[in-house]
Design a protein around this ligand. Structure first.
Ligand SMILES: *Cc1c(COP(=O)(O)O)cnc(C)c1O
Length: 425
């Protein structure tokens, strides 16, 4: 991989042969035909690679996963039905009942619930940590049964930039991998693998799709983590799999071990496959991702600077602003720009925030984020509405927090809309 990200976004993953379609074809087929029973048997034994049933693998999905894999600088990748499925698979592929992992507490609410409630019910325990703690403090949360460390490159919705090298050191000092959700930064703005991350996940629903058309997710493995060096911690990869004829993933598949295991076991059993049609939409999104992200960041910067200078705004968090707590980490890990998402509060608190939102005309109220259209959400009124102001504070989400996701409109039009709404409150 020596090509630049703009070029990989267009040409990565799918290499048509002579007379084949230029655009990725949609393999809208559940199944594949084989000449002999033995041909088919070899596929089930993982002796030969090929397609037999779309619940496990589909060529359209693989073309798109391979493109994203090249964009992230990984070794193997798979698409999942959603970002939720991607994060679940990423952890569950190496953790089982009785295991533990460490996660930043500043993560997407859906992931927080998945880890803190649902996976706990499955017997997998996690500790939520303040990601800004120094390495020595973080080390105290490691237990003998800790199997991985998790964080988001840029957190949703609080816009904190994670110190990837610190988290990678925490993981590797303890012989375990770092898994990062890179949804907000995208591989255009940050490639976590270059900073020591082992496994990257995405909600492709956000910038990668970019047009609000399809829910989806992805997992990309760097292939760098040495499972055999921590063999006793990861028996699922380093000991024979009885559900697969005694095959040992780490020795049989090398850099493809983690993704092969996730496909062969988790896709087989849970079936959270992305539809090939959605994979095709994601493919279209990826083709323009490298030109959309710089424009999104440019627009967001202009809007953030406007908000920062307006005295009706109580506070604003955007890592592109010089005074922001995460400006330096943003410069280090995302020198081309962070993302289009920011959060801020309006003077007067919850009530004024609601009035402000209801007065906007161009900017849409939506639970969606990281899209080509500008959208906003007020967690206290929407995603977190069951919480009291006190509980919101504990969750790190002030009652006045507005999550504002800047898109590709002319930023002057967005600023006009914001100005008009501010005048009404
Ligand atoms: C939206 C989101 C998810 C969940 O993805 P879905 O595609 O909605 O399942 C996970 N992580 C982050 C950072 C997100 O923004």
């Amino acid at each position: 991989m020596d090509k630049s990200i703009e070029t990989i976004a267009l040409h990565g993953g799918y290499k048509p042969g002579n007379g084949e379609p230029r655009q990725v074809p949609i393999y809208q087929s559940t199944t594949w035909k084989y000449a002999t029973s033995e041909d088919m048997g070899d596929l089930f034994d993982l002796k030969a690679s090929g397609y037999f049933y779309t619940r496990l693998q589909n060529p359209t999905n693989d073309f798109v996963a391979n493109k994203l894999c090249e964009m992230e600088g990984g070794a193997a990748a798979m698409l999942t039905s959603s970002g939720q499925a991607a994060n679940f698979f990423a952890i569950f592929n190496i953790c089982e009942a009785g295991d533990h992992f460490i996660t930043s507490s500043s993560i997407y609410g859906g992931t927080y619930n998945l880890f803190g409630v649902t996976m706990k019910k499955m017997g997998i325990d996690c500790t939520f940590v303040d990601q800004d703690l120094p390495l020595e403090e973080l080390q105290k949360y490691i237990k003998p049964n800790t199997k991985c460390v998790f964080g988001e490159t840029i957190t949703n919705p609080t816009c904190c930039v994670l110190d990837i090298e610190k988290f990678a050191a925490l993981a590797h000092n303890n012989g375990i991998p770092l898994i990062m959700d890179n949804t907000f930064a995208t591989p255009v703005n940050c490639r976590p693998i270059e900073f020591g991350c082992d496994i990257v996940t995405h909600s492709t629903t956000k910038y990668i799709d970019g047009h609000g058309s399809s829910v989806g997710g992805a997992i990309i493995d760097s292939g760098n983590f040495d499972w055999m060096a921590s063999a006793e911690k990861f028996p699922g990869l380093t000991k024979p799999d009885e559900s697969y004829h005694g095959l040992t993933y780490a020795t049989a598949f090398g850099k493809g071990a983690y993704i092969t295991k996730a496909t062969a076991q988790l896709m087989r059993d849970f079936g959270c496959i992305q539809s090939p049609q959605n994979a095709y939409y994601i493919q279209l999104g990826l083709e323009s991702l490298a030109v959309r992200m710089p424009q999104v960041c440019k627009n967001a910067q202009k809007i953030a600077e406007f908000l920062e200078s307006d005295d009706r705004i109580a506070w604003i968090k955007y890592p592109g602003l010089k005074g922001d707590k995460y400006y330096d980490l943003g410069q280090k890990y995302c020198p081309k720009g962070t993302c289009g998402v920011m959060c801020f509060g309006i003077k007067g608190g919850r009530e004024q925030s609601i009035k402000f939102m209801d007065s906007l005309e161009l900017v849409t109220i939506a639970t969606h984020v990281a899209d080509c259209k500008t959208m906003l959400l007020h967690p206290a009124s929407h995603t977190h509405r069951q919480l009291s102001d006190e509980q919101l504070k504990e969750a790190g989400i002030p009652a006045d927090l507005i999550r504002f996701s800047v898109g590709l409109e002319n930023p002057d039009d967005i600023i006009e809309d914001i100005k008009k709404a501010l005048e009404k409150i």
